[in-house]
Design a protein around this ligand. Structure first.
Ligand code: NAD
Length: 369
């Protein structure tokens, strides 16, 4: 039996009892798995911002957290076990907001139960889990969208459109950069291999690498070489505005870099850190043989009429009106569209990260496959 917060709220028309006609216009009902920071800060407001969507259930392995979350946010049902949440007939979709190494199990179970899934980034803590998630999405035909919100940034969408139109020509080099002087996430969710699978490489590296690859048409990676270090996380004397953590628990890297070669000749350097002794090291960029771009400042650079010019590209009208992350998820559900952030693409980031970690261990470059 589900735990119910508001006895007056009921769903008598749920599941199979609903007529086909009613189903066409019914609300999309969502459950959230993992009642932590990203659930409260992104998924709850994200789903609620979309018309015709209701968040009706939440679960957390710590039942008190689920209950408090449900109470605070007026969510009628809460659970301790995600299998109980997933078995609710009324649910159409779930958000998976658990630590990285616990993305695969609830995602696969939800897909198998016929729910669409919006799963937080990185896709998983390793490529094996990500592969199992991809296969579950393909087997069930349900939508699996990965929570990489940078793809909905209008500037990133504009660069992608310009790339597709040939403005940049052939891209041959890029740098994806996510370097913090200080910003170590203080929770075990992020700093333990058991929960996170890895450190800044997969935590913040995934945003910049994925969006850069997406702009450039997701070419196939072939080899990666990488290096990692832990220089701050296991020390007790480090200044960290993001709060205190237990240095004895910290067993992931706090710096990682990689060089990735792609089938089409592209090379990307990826640099990530949660802590370092540098600042102002520049922006993510890419170079094409006709033009190049920097993310911040948002600018493109090319030659025209015998001059070197640079300018801030205008955001096209259709991009200004394009749906955001949660709107896109629900539109895909309602209209039977493919996943707006498909696992078929994002899995390559997991494979690249596995190769970089392996390369850091072995000291040689590693095939990405
Ligand atoms: N998109 C972004 O920019 C962004 C930002 C922050 C976090 N995230 C991602 O969101 C995920 C969660 O991060 P967070 O900051 O919310 O962490 P968090 O620790 O605040 O919350 C995670 C919650 O999941 C619960 N949980 C763990 N295992 C569970 C299980 N099996 N069933 C149910 N609940 C379980 C924990 O008890 C905890 O309450 C991570 O994968 C992280 O990478 C994404």
């Amino acid at each position: 039996m589900p735990n119910k917060i508001s006895p007056e709220i009921d769903f008598p028309n749920g599941g199979a009892a609903m007529s086909a006609r009613r189903r066409r216009v019914k609300k999309i009902r969502v459950g959230i798995i993992g009642a932590g920071g990203i659930a409260a800060g992104k998924h709850l407001p994200g789903h609620r911002s979309v018309k015709g969507v209701e968040v009706i259930a939440v679960c957390d392995i710590v039942e008190e957290k689920a209950k408090a979350f449900a109470r605070k946010h007026d969510i009628p049902y809460y659970f301790k076990d995600y299998m109980d949440l997933i078995s609710m007939d009324e649910l159409d979709a779930v958000s998976v907001c658990t630590p990285n190494n616990f993305h695969a199990a609830p995602t696969i179970a939800a897909l198998e139960a016929g729910k669409h899934v919006l799963c937080e980034k990185p896709m998983a803590g390793n490529a094996r889990d990500a592969q199992a998630m991809l296969e579950a999405a393909q087997r069930t035909g349900k939508i699996l969208q990965i929570g990489l919100q940078s793809r909905f940034n209008k500037r990133m969408m504009t660069l992608r459109k310009l790339y597709q139109e040939g403005f940049f020509g052939e891209a041959y080099y890029g740098r994806a950069i996510a370097l913090r002087r200080r910003g170590i996430p203080a929770s075990p969710t992020f700093i333990t291999k058991k929960m996170a699978g890895g450190g800044p490489l997969i935590d913040i590296g995934v945003h910049v690498l994925d969006v850069l690859l997406w702009i450039l048409g997701y070419p196939r990676p072939v080899r990666a070489f990488g290096s990692i270090a832990t220089k701050f996380g296991n020390r007790a004397d480090v200044i960290n505005p993001w709060g205190k953590w237990d240095p004895k628990q910290f067993d992931v890297e706090d710096f990682a870099m990689g060089v990735i070669k792609f089938e089409n000749g592209l090379t990307i350097t990826l640099e990530t850190a949660w802590a370092s002794h540098v600042e102002g090291t520049g922006t993510t960029f890419f170079m094409g043989d006709k033009a190049g771009a920097t993310f911040s400042p948002f600018r493109v650079y090319t030659d025209k009429g015998g001059e070197m010019i640079s300018f801030e590209p205008e955001i096209p009208k259709e991009i200004q009106k394009a749906p955001g992350e949660f709107e896109a998820f629900h539109k895909a559900i309602r209209e039977g569209l493919p996943s707006p952030v498909p696992p078929e693409e994002v899995i390559w980031t997991s494979k690249i990260f596995d190769a970089i970690y392996k390369s850091a261990r072995t000291g040689t470059s590693v095939a990405v496959k």
